[in-house]
Design a binder for this molecule. Structure first.
Ligand SMILES: Cc1cc2nc3c(=O)[nH]c(=O)nc-3n(C[C@H](O)[C@H](O)[C@H](O)COP(=O)(O)OP(=O)(O)OC[C@H]3O[C@@H](n4cnc5c(N)ncnc54)[C@H](O)[C@@H]3O)c2cc1C
Length: 452
């Protein structure tokens, strides 16, 4: 084998890319990861701003799924502070945190939606439109793992069969946005049943106390990847995937201003199906596949980091996150400095919130999103106006499968070229777990078909 020849090259050092690379390296494959930025982790990394360690995307990492299992399998350290509590806040009731019961969070919230509706109805002299909690829960309780159907109704339409209670709809919308980045009127009912059955609404979660990149570095550590001749090159964008006679043969990268050819037996792409198509070139792919990938519409997720002198949310230092219900944009808040003081300069607090623009099918106006997000912060967190400051606001666009419309397989029409990452997640999965699951499945496939 030539010096610069690898069994496997992985494009992109996101969760999916690193997980696939670590497993293959662990099993003896000579593996190279190339990453275009100078950071490891992609949307699960860390960016330093004004002395704060900010997440580039994920904060609540799932315990007990493929992500954690891969760390265990390769002997890497996953440093997480557990999040034992989950809270929720309801838009119109400023500043109140309610703890979610350990079990039965959904029926508990539906009961609250009922009592709010009853109070509102009393005030307006109307009949309360109560949710048939038992009926709704019965359906979830059966753990339906539905098949995805093109003509499936949306989750909102499904819920509307049981209730018109707006608070119940808003509760589910916040949950669904957090887990999928889509609204209840965009996600199919079968996707939601699969999600609730597969992950549970609130899986066990943990926060990286030194920022996500430290955990990514631990996964990538030389002793794991380099023992079998592997490497990670950052600041090295892949420019092209080499395909000959329908088979992937390696990649062309840019390193120190020069283009270098890296031959390999397998190419794994972690850059999302659309970017993979661009790296391969349309001439090596069939029309059906190109048509399918071209249907993907990026879905935006709002990410806002707020610095403050005093805690803004879960002010007593609770180790929890808050589901935000019924706001303009924001759907959850995590007071990160409650978990780790190392994420902020001394004496400062860091709140991380996420939310969703109104629809992934509409053009996102960043000024409008910032304005609506700021109004949410002002309304929800009374201290925000006194000492809060947005230190980073972003709408992160993601090429995710579109429930009921587009789901891209991990294998591609090119032999020995695979996609990993949440762009090729399965029905009922999401986030870092989904990215890790895809990596484990693809790495397993490579292990079966490519002999050392
Ligand atoms: C705002 C927000 C909040 C989130 N919150 C959570 C959460 O709390 N919990 C959770 O589990 N998940 C969460 N997620 C989802 C989670 O971040 C993603 O599912 C996961 O990080 C995706 O990983 P990935 O494997 O798809 O790779 P990505 O993160 O997409 O990484 C791809 C990598 O490829 C690199 N790359 C791109 N092009 C090239 C090229 N040509 N050559 C080389 N490298 C290239 C990129 O720089 C990047 O590093 C959140 C996402 C967002 C946006």
């Amino acid at each position: 084998m030539m010096d610069r020849e690898y069994d496997v090259v992985v494009i992109g050092a996101g969760v999916g890319g690193l997980c696939a690379a670590v497993l293959l390296s662990h099993w003896g494959y000579k593996t190279l990861v190339v990453e275009s930025t100078d950071r490891l982790g992609g949307r699960c990394s860390t960016e330093e701003v004004e002395g704060f360690k900010l997440s580039t995307g994920a904060v609540a990492l799932h315990r007990g799924g493929a992500f954690e299992e891969i760390y265990r399998e390769v002997g890497a350290k996953l440093d997480l502070v557990d999040m034992p509590h989950q809270f929720y806040r309801i838009g119109s009731i400023e500043g109140e945190n309610y703890e979610m019961p350990a079990k039965g969070a959904i029926p508990a919230m539906l009961d609250i939606a009922n009592s709010l509706e009853t109070n509102r109805a009393k005030l307006l002299g109307h009949m309360a439109k109560e949710v048939a909690v038992g009926k709704v829960m019965n359906f979830f309780g059966r753990g339906v793992r539905g098949e995805e159907k093109a003509d499936d109704i949306t989750f909102r339409d499904w819920l509307a069969k049981y209730t018109e209670n707006e608070m119940a709809h808003k509760t589910f919308d916040s949950m669904v946005c957090n887990v999928t980045s889509y609204h209840t009127y965009e996600v199919t009912a079968s996707e939601m049943f699969a999600l609730f059955a597969g992950m549970g609404t609130y899986a066990a979660l943990g926060i990286s106390p030194q920022g996500n990149e430290e955990n990514m570095k631990s996964l990538a550590k030389g002793i794991i990847i380099e023992k079998n001749g592997g490497d990670i090159w950052v600041g090295c964008p892949a420019k092209r995937i080499i395909v000959k006679n329908g088979v992937a043969k390696g990649i062309i990268i840019e390193k120190n201003g020069a283009e270098i050819k890296i031959p390999s037996r397998v190419v794994i792409s972690n850059v999302g199906p659309k970017n993979t198509v661009q790296l391969v070139g349309a001439e090596s792919l069939d029309k059906d596949y190109l048509d399918l990938v071209s249907k993907l519409n990026p879905v935006g997720m709002i990410l806002v980091h707020v610095a403050s002198d005093r805690p803004l949310c879960l002010e007593d230092g609770e180790l929890g996150g808050a589901l935000l219900i019924g706001l303009r944009r924001l759907t959850s808040a995590f007071p990160l400095t409650n978990f780790s003081r190392d994420l902020a300069p001394i004496g400062k607090h860091l709140l991380y919130c996420v939310g969703s623009p109104p629809s992934y099918l509409e053009t996102v106006n960043l000024d409008e999103e910032l304005e609506q997000t700021t109004l949410d912060l002002k309304d929800q967190f009374p201290e925000y106006d006194k000492s809060g400051k947005i230190i980073k606001f972003e709408v992160v666009f993601q090429d995710l499968p579109q429930p009921g419309r587009v789901r891209i397989p991990r294998e591609t029409p090119v032999e020995n070229l695979f996609n990993v990452g949440d762009g090729v997640q399965e029905l009922g999965s999401g986030g870092t777990s989904a990215a890790a699951e895809s990596a484990r499945e693809v790495a397993g496939r490579v292990r079966k078909s490519i002999k050392l």
